[in-house]
Design a protein around this ligand. Structure first.
Ligand code: AMP
Ligand code: ZN
Length: 462
């Protein structure tokens, strides 16, 4: 069945055709590690995880690259302001390297909790500086660069079709970009490829280069890493929608200028997670929630946030609210209960071809997960035998990633409940029946179901 994906470049849903099937190259712009990821960022990574799983479900072998931006991302969008890592390091009293390492590990923990598949390659901007310098040298040789007092810039007027991804009016854009104008730039949209370390300030992260000591501009890292780790497999490049106008536009300009060839065939962007009043959740706005805080305050399983993200198509803004999160927790729990009931009835058998087809039709229509969830419920309500239902459900979960196979076991119970469950297991082993009954009553009083069966005790939220 054909797979349709919306390409920001053409503003159309297009039939997906990889360059070298069955392989597919996928590049996801990774986090800037000067703070925790917020649940908006994580929504974008859930989107790219679904994209990857859908490609795999369609039989492709996905080579997935995700970078870690640990240098060069400045506080202003157009090469003005301070390096976010150096600023973060100062305010936390740590080194920029320590900050980067700490938040990289925190990010990896978040994505594990959301059951987001790890990329084939994780790569850091700071580990590919020679590649970035080589790419800038190529651009210099081809006459696309110029020098100012603070760095080496890309001359966007020399690149035809600079706005082909953003579809913006170039004149209006030049006018708008002037707000942050650096008077030495030839065009307001020009961007830094290499920035010199400021003379009065000792930077923590800096490197020698043919142009002087300094650090790379933000955009060049993703071009260099895509080329290094994907080679010819420049199939899909994705990120959040805010990357369209500047970051991805600049990546395309510098990459195509350097190689003379098309840089990625498909550009895909996830819409924002917004909060009440329609405001974008952003690290720089300080209005953000981490996964950790959401899980703790809403008392949810982290996968309930993944399930919440499934309720909105990835190209539509997702409104965050406490009720939506609570509804997602209930929805996920309901699905787990349905799975558990099927598991109790027996082992999975063969996947139903008709329902597999319906599911595939939804996900292959530009990753329509809300529609796919409706198919899941239709299938569960159908008169298929339970063993076929279970096999079909587990097959769907290759895309959904809700760990439904674990529904039979005690799932992510809050620590206090887990402790009581373990105490009750010990009590039963030691035949302390009165204590075991007491513990059962206490767990039930906290709103959980306790079932004792031949396979042992099951505890879950009804
Ligand atoms: P950053 O760590 O700022 O480089 O952003 C990491 C990813 O999150 C990028 O792909 C951004 O486009 C995306 N992003 C930033 N804010 C939001 C938001 N509120 N909702 C969804 N994605 C976002
Ligand atoms: Zn990027």
């Amino acid at each position: 069945m054909e797979l349709l994906l919306y390409n920001t470049m053409t503003r159309c849903k297009e039939r997906f055709e990889p360059i070298l099937p069955p392989q597919v190259g996928l590049y996801t712009c990774g986090p800037t590690v000067y703070n925790y990821a917020h649940i908006g960022n994580l929504r974008t990574y859930i989107f790219s995880d679904i994209l990857k799983r859908v490609l795999q479900y369609n039989g492709y072998e996905v080579r997935h690259i995700m970078n870690i931006t640990d240098v060069g991302h400045l506080t202003g969008d157009r090469d003005m302001g301070e390096d976010k890592l150096e600023k973060g390091a100062r305010s936390e009293g740590k080194s920029a390297w320590e900050i980067a390492e700490f938040y990289t590990q925190a990010f990896k923990k978040d994505i594990r909790r959301l059951n987001i598949l790890e990329p084939t390659v994780w790569c850091k901007a700071t580990e590919t500086i020679p590649d970035q310098i080589a790419l800038i040298q190529t651009l210099e040789t081809k006459g696309y660069t110029y020098r100012t007092s603070d760095g080496i810039y890309f001359d966007t007027s020399r690149f035809k079709d600079y706005t082909k991804l953003s579809h913006q009016d170039l004149e209006a854009l030049q006018e708008g970009a002037r707000v942050e104008r650096n008077p030495e730039k030839r065009n307001a949209t020009d961007f830094a490829l290499w920035k010199f370390s400021p003379p009065q300030v000792q930077r923590q992260m800096e490197w020698e280069s043919p142009w002087g000591v300094g650090f790379p501009g933000w955009h060049i890292e993703c071009s260099a890493m895509s080329m290094r780790y994907l080679g010819k497999l420049l199939d899909i490049h994705c990120g959040g929608t805010d990357h369209v106008d500047v970051h991805h536009t600049n990546e395309i300009a510098q990459s195509e200028a350097a190689t003379g060839r098309k840089f990625f065939n498909y550009w895909m962007h996830g819409a924002f997670l917004i909060i009440a009043g329609g405001k974008k959740m952003a690290k720089s706005e300080g209005n953000f929630l981490t996964l950790e805080s959401t899980v703790a305050t809403q008392r949810i399983d982290p996968l309930a946030f993944r399930f919440a993200a499934f309720q909105t198509h990835y190209r539509k803004p997702m409104e965050y609210g406490d009720e939506a999160i609570a509804a997602a927790q209930n929805g996920l729990q309901h699905l787990r209960n349905q799975t558990r009931a099927l598991m109790d009835a027996g082992a999975p058998s063969a996947v139903d071809a008709e329902y597999r087809g319906k599911f595939l039709q939804a996900i292959n229509n530009d990753l329509n997960i809300p529609q796919a969830l409706a198919v899941v419920q239709d299938m569960l309500k159908s008169d298929l035998p339970t063993d076929v239902k279970l096999a079909t459900l587990f097959d769907y979960d290759r895309v959904l990633g809700l760990e439904l196979k674990k529904s039979g076991a005690d799932q992510d119970l809050p620590a206090e409940i887990q402790a009581m469950v373990e105490a009750r297991q010990r009590a039963r082993k030691e035949k302390q029946w009165a204590l075991s009954d007491q513990l059962r009553d206490r767990i039930q009083a906290l709103g959980y179901v306790v079932q004792d069966g031949p396979q042992g005790m099951k505890v879950f939220k009804p």
